[in-house]
Ligand binder design. Structure first.
Ligand SMILES: [Zn+2]
Length: 206
């Protein structure tokens, strides 16, 4: 019917025909344009949502918000705590901007254990390993995929990162209901950079 807006080839049965932002592309160009678009969409939307250059960057693992497990910018604007993806997404609907009042944050704290420290790989300690890993597996029911067998194998080599069960847990109160958002352990410092007042130790002592 038409013509590819990028390479000029006749679109139709042989070269395909797909629309993107009001333009028609052949199948090949569509794939390329789509990639370009998604990479630039990140920058465009980051500008739209006013992501500041000094924002923090954290990795959301799971929790109350059903958003992709991925990297997000965090910052505070107008007393709101804001989240927006920091890496390109395949689907436009994955660019989710989340914000809630800073006052809705109860605190954030590091929770969980690192098997590497608690399960000392001595022979006489090994009987505890299965139990500890079972407990660890039960602590994170939403991660799926990681079976108990994997954990036991890891326990024999406790220096792998997967043994580190510690997480930064952001406790929030939304509409009066306690919610949680779980991030990597090492993201704690990013939260501390953005909202130091909400660190558990500071909330407790204030
Ligand atoms: Zn084309």
């Amino acid at each position: 019917m038409g013509q590819c807006a990028r390479c000029g080839v006749k679109t139709g049965i042989l070269s395909g025909s797909k629309n993107l932002l009001g333009n028609e592309y052949c199948s090949y160009c569509y794939t390329e344009e789509k990639l370009y678009y998604s990479e630039n969409l990140l920058a465009v939307l980051q500008e739209k949502y006013d992501v500041p250059p000094d924002s923090g960057e954290v990795f959301y693992q799971y929790g109350f918000f059903r958003i992709p497990s991925s990297s997000y910018h965090i910052w505070v604007k107008d007393k709101n705590f804001c989240f927006f993806p920091s890496t390109p997404k395949k689907k436009e609907e994955d660019y989710v901007f989340i914000y809630f009042a800073v006052s809705d944050i109860e605190y954030y704290v590091i929770e969980g254990e690192t098997t590497g420290e608690t399960a000392i790989p001595d022979v006489h300690k090994s009987s505890n390993v299965g139990l500890e890993n079972e407990v660890a597996a039960n602590m994170k029911p939403e991660t799926g995929g990681v079976g108990r067998k994997d954990r036991i194998i890891n326990a024999q080599n406790p220096k792998t990162a997967e043994d580190d069960q510690r997480k930064t847990n952001l406790h929030i109160l939304l509409d009066g209901i306690k919610r949680n958002m779980y991030f990597r352990y090492e993201d704690y410092g990013e939260f501390y950079k953005i909202i130091p007042d909400k660190a558990y130790c500071n909330v407790k002592n204030s």
